[in-house]
Design a protein around this ligand. Structure first.
Ligand code: ATR
Length: 279
């Protein structure tokens, strides 16, 4: 029986600031141990001022794979040797692969969103209402339009919705009068509804009438007010755990070249979230 970690252990991690709340170590390490791999995944709290040093450290220490989270997803780009086409189109990197000392930036957030939505429905030809126009919204817009959906972006600050919609060939608006849109799919990409503000929802329940699938990227609580109202309105719902899980599974596959044990990762993630919710 091998005892890990040892001198050959492959290193992976997440950089963010703060990062102490991250659930990625829980489910990435569950995946490594399920496949019997000699690899670990750690969390590194890296301040913006230290970002360049941290990336040089990734090369110097031979860390093989990195997740990148807020606030570094855009700022990390100048420190990379290459950024792939998806990440360039989104303008953000959430995944770094150290390929023989060259750092390659990628983005799996869009895949996370698409796979989460596709677990409930197809996207081609469907009208998707994306609420919010920040970084997460960009990945969702890229993903759904790549799959042939018709995009509408609605944001509190309409000018930001406009810039995003124009980048991906969609229509845009503020958060008012969304009832008349007749969207089939609704995705909340804002933090509205996240604990402790669990009584908030980004849109009135009336917007959910006629919606086929509603997805929230907020995962704490798992059932946000938006998803509760969506369920009551007869929509199928996709919670934020699904996007987190699938973006992480895609990262695992990039770093290891192996198929991610998604069921095991999901189980570890669900357990960690329910422990946090009851804490
Ligand atoms: P991220 O990169 O995680 O998506 P972000 O870039 O800060 O985060 O974007 C946050 C998004 O949530 C924005 O679309 C923001 O709306 P504004 O562009 O008007 O700021 C939206 N948002 C945050 N709090 C909100 C609130 N209370 N009501 C409505 N929208 C909100």
């Amino acid at each position: 029986m091998m005892m890990y970690p040892d001198a050959r252990t492959l290193l992976h991690g997440i950089i963010g600031h703060p990062v102490g709340h991250s659930l990625s170590p829980v489910f990435q390490n569950a995946a490594f141990s399920a496949l019997g791999m000699n690899a670990v995944y750690l969390a590194f709290d890296v301040s913006p001022a230290d970002l360049g040093d941290a990336l040089r450290g990734v090369c110097a220490l031979g860390i093989r794979g990195l997740s990148v989270t807020i606030p570094h997803k855009e700022a990390v780009i100048p420190f990379l040797d290459e950024v792939d086409g998806d990440a360039q189109s989104i303008g953000a990197v959430n995944t770094v692969l150290n390929r023989d000392g060259r750092l390659i930036g990628m983005n799996t957030d869009w895949q996370g969103a698409v796979q989460a939505l596709e677990s409930a429905t197809s996207l081609a030809g469907k009208k998707v209402l994306v609420i919010g126009a920040g970084g997460a919204a960009r990945a969702v817009c890229y993903g759904v339009t790549r799959k042939g959906a018709i995009l509408h972006v609605a944001n509190r600050t309409p000018e930001k919705a406009r810039a995003l919609a124009e980048a991906f060939g969609g229509t845009w608006s503020g958060l008012e009068s969304l009832d008349r849109l007749n969207a089939s799919i609704l995705v909340n990409t804002t933090s509205v509804g996240m604990a402790p503000d669990v009584d908030c929802s980004p849109v009135p329940a009336s917007v959910l009438e006629g919606v086929e699938v509603a997805m929230d990227i907020v995962y704490r609580p798992r059932e946000t007010r938006l998803l509760r109202e969506a369920r009551a309105a007869g929509c199928r719902t996709v919670d934020g755990l699904a996007m987190l899980l699938h973006q992480g599974a895609a990262q695992f596959e990039i770093w290891t070249g192996r198929m991610a044990p998604v069921d095991i990762m999901e189980e570890a993630l669900a357990k960690a979230i329910s422990e946090k919710e009851s804490a």
